[in-house]
Design a protein around this ligand. Structure first.
Ligand SMILES: [Fe+2]
Ligand SMILES: [Fe+2]
Length: 174
């Protein structure tokens, strides 16, 4: 039988998810600063709106579970915005490549959490599954908008995903 999930483990989950959604919202903000008036502006705005909903949910969950956010929140804000802007400056396809890279990691991350919860915290599990599906929708939007055709797609994906995975590891702890 699986051990019960500790309160610490739940708090770590909420903290890292809150950090991730903070950065995600900022990535799309950064992209909107450059591409807001372009043909992909409304598509990016749609993803941004969903990230904001995710973030609002984790803000509420942190309070309900009496959990502090990561101490590194200001850094994730800046890095997220910077990544969004930098990718958008390289063009629409590069912005979408960034989305593919980020959302693939976040999707996997939520899937792992859903699995870890097992039969516990069914309400939270339902929320995480909904968000996971929305992140995978974002990934598909990136694919549909030719993100994989961006110049230097593979190298960019590798770098962005390494950054995301490192940020996740750090946010679980600090
Ligand atoms: Fe999200
Ligand atoms: Fe997303």
């Amino acid at each position: 039988m699986k051990d019960k999930i500790t309160k610490d483990a739940i708090e770590a989950m909420l903290r890292v998810d809150h950090a991730g959604e903070t950065a995600a919202a900022k990535i799309y903000d950064g992209q909107l600063a450059i591409l807001g008036n372009s043909s992909v502006g409304s598509t990016i705005q749609h993803m941004k709106d969903q990230e904001q909903e995710h973030l609002d949910t984790f803000n509420k969950l942190l309070i309900e579970n009496d959990t502090r956010p990561t101490a590194l929140l200001p850094i994730w804000n800046i890095m997220g915005f910077g990544l969004g802007m930098a990718s958008a400056v390289m063009g629409k396809k590069a912005a979408m490549a960034c989305t593919i890279a980020v959302e693939e990691v976040i999707g996997e991350h939520y899937s792992k959490q859903v699995e870890a919860l097992g039969t516990e915290r069914p309400e939270l599990k339902k929320t995480l599954m909904k968000f996971r599906d929305e992140e995978l929708d974002h990934l598909n939007i990136g694919v549909d908008h030719d993100g994989r055709d961006a110049n230097g797609y593979q190298i960019m994906k590798t770098i962005v995903q390494f950054g995301c995975r490192t940020a996740i590891k750090i946010s679980e702890k600090i």
